[in-house]
Every structure is written in structure tokens, then in C-alpha cells.
Design a protein around this ligand. Sequence first.
Ligand SMILES: *Cc1c(COP(=O)(O)O)cnc(C)c1O
Length: 443
Amino acid sequence: MSKTQTILKTERRRSREIFARAERVLVGGVNSPVRAFRSVGGEPLVIDRAGGQFLYDADGNELLDYVCSWGAILLGHSNPAIADAIADQARRGTSFGVTTELELELATLITQAIPFLEKIRFVSSGTEATMSAVRLARGVTKRDFIVKFEGCYHGHADSFLSQAGSGLATLGIAECPGVPQALAGLTLNVPYNDPEAVEKVFATHKGKIAAVIVEPIAANMGVVLPESGFLKGLREITQRDGALLIVDEVITGFRLRNGSAQELLGIEGDLTTLGKIIGGGVPVAAYGGRAEWMNHVAPLGPVYQAGTLAGNPLAMRAGIAALGQLTKPGLYEEMTRLAERLVRGLRAESERAEIAAQINAIGSLATVFFTTGPVRNYADAKRSDTERYARFFREMLARGVFFAPSQFEAAFLSAAHTSENIDRTLAAAHEALQVMAAAEPAV
Ligand SMILES: *Cc1c(COP(=O)(O)O)cnc(C)c1O
């Protein structure tokens, strides 16, 4: 047995037993499809607890975590300040159904970090945020069509489920049954990084498009960076036609800096959606923008949107405790430094094993695509060898390193990851890729 393999108790008996029972009462044994590991094979994980950069499964195995709750965990698991805030609030009450000062406090932290958000509304999931932002855009423009990009994921609302990334890409679901044709027909899909395709769709639907919704850095078909001019092009086209630009920052918000990716990329959407990180690992999301638009939301305007547990004090305390730590000097720089080392190492190891891999990365986000050419849109991403990814995933997991159980997701670093963790990951990747190379002819 080689030096990093395998600290996993290969039986994972208790995990398997729990999952088998879960499959009887939970659909597929999960509450979100990619957790079932269908595209990578192997036994789904059953996690018992987590701390820092590690997950511990029901059999007591320690896993170095690069999923980080799909990006929600930026500061590491069971972060002490967040845990204390949640425990304290649980004793003071978890939901009052009316306004608290805590909502003001979290809203203030967010609007200070993203100054062009004048007003925001808290909801409980990213799906709610994007769905509500689209409703608002339709409400203010009095138009019905929306434009989205192939391979982007904006949650599971009806309008977003065609040619979508994330779990739909993983499971190969191009169109989702249950979405009325009349509604699906109002979503116009165009390729990412293709402003000409956007021009074209605006020309054929002149004055009828309510909004363009985009991930400023795509992270749900794997990581795909916006090319120079793409986002600025969207800003210009939408402004010219009177459509709104919705920038979906559910992943990117507070991921690359203490604020939006928009500021980094030099654009400003009309509406912005946030989620994941702003809840510190508890369900919180938000949408916001200029008061000019947000004042159309009820009770100020007629665009209705509500939530029983929206802005609940437990969630707000977790969010406040999380965002309160993001001003720490060097926090983002250190995550980027480690991620860059990981990416360089993975490139070197794939070359050494003569396994074609394309690695897209920015900040603490990265994806290893098993393909030859550059990946700049969904069509490129889909050319990846997903069987090879599955093999890589299983070999890494056997060595105690948990990457996303899908080719079409990002790897996330947290502030808890260390230089030693990167060394260990690269040692595991070296072995994994060598094992893979030995098992198949090189390309
Ligand atoms: C995760 C995600 C969503 C959906 O958020 P949920 O909380 O899972 O509903 C929306 N948009 C983007 C970009 C996401 O990554």
C-alpha cells in the first residue's frame, strides 16, 4: 500500500447501513441530487460532524473537504464565532415573525461591502433569491422573456431548469419534466462568453426581454471565467434595450473578496442575488439592488414575495458572525495563494501522468476538467471525460480527499485549509493520476 492510501476504513459499514435505511424514506437517500454520487459511483458519504477543513463520516473517517457545503463554508466548519452566535441566539429565540435589529445589522454589513446594493430582501435559499429577482424584473419591465446562459445554474425554479448546470448537468437532465412549456418557452438560452449570441436574441425579441441572468464567474458547469468584454457587453445590451441585468452571486458573493465579484470585474448589475457564504452555513440568501427597483417589492410595491422564516434571528446571527470575520487582513490572499499552489501542482501531476486536464481557477475556486482544449462554455465543459473524473474522484476519496462528486462543480478552499493540506492533496493526486494512467492508455 502506498504512503497516502488509505486511511479510510474501506468497509464504511455504518455509513452504508445508514444510507440504505435513508433510501427507504428519503428520495434517493438524499435531499439534493448530487449527494447521491450517481455520476461518480461508489458509496455516498454519510457525515457525522465536521471541524475546520475536515469532515468525519459515520465510521469515523476523516476527509479533507474541498466541497465546503458547495461553497457555503468559507471560514471552515464549525467556526467558533459562528457556532457561539448560533448557540446564544437559540436560547434567545429562533424566529419571531417580525423585524429584528439583527436583520438591519446583516443588511448593513452586506450593503457596506457591496455599495451599489441600496436595499436588500432576505430569503432562505439561493433559489428563492433568483426566482424573486426574475419576478421583480418582469414586474418592473412588464416583459416576460428572460435570457440565461447554458451551463449556468440559478437554483431549481421552473424558469431556470433548461440547459442548466450543477446537478442537472451531472445527471444529464437537459429539460425538466413538470415545467410547463408555456413557461419554459420564455427562457432563452445562449452560450456563455458569447455576446454576439446575446445581441442576436435581443434582436429577435426586441423590447420583450425582462432580464439577463448570469453568474459573473460561472461555477456550476465547473469553473468557467468570463472573457474580457463579455460581462460589459451584457451590461451595455441590457441597458440599451431596457432589460435588467441580474448578476447571480450566490457562489461568488464574498468568495473572492469581502464584497461582490462585480466590483472585481468592473460591472454593476441592476439586481444581485446572494446566498451560500452570507449565511455562514445556515440557510440565508438575499436579493438586492437600487432602491428604484427594490421599491417595487411588497409592501412598497405590488411585486409580491414573502417568507415565514425569512431573516430569522438564528440565520442572521450566523451571517453576522461570518461576515464579521471577512475583514481579517490577508484572509482572501492566503486562500488564493494555497489554491494557486494546488492548481500548479495538479497541472504538474496530470502532465507527469500524461492525462489531459484543463484547470480553470480563480481565487479559492477551481475545476479540473479532463479534456484537452480550453473550457470557455458549457459545450466545452461537456466534452470532458466524466468517467475519468469519476475515477479521479474515487481515487482521491480513497486517500481521504473529498472533491465534488461531479465533473461539473467547483472545488472550494476555505480559510481553514493549510499548506500541509495542499501537500497532502498533491501527494494523493500524484498517486491517483499514476494509478489512472496505468489503468488506461495515455492520450
Ligand atoms: C447554489 C446556487 C443557487 C441556488 O441556491 P440554493 O440555496 O441551492 O437554492 C443559485 N445560483 C447559484 C449561482 C448557485 O451556485
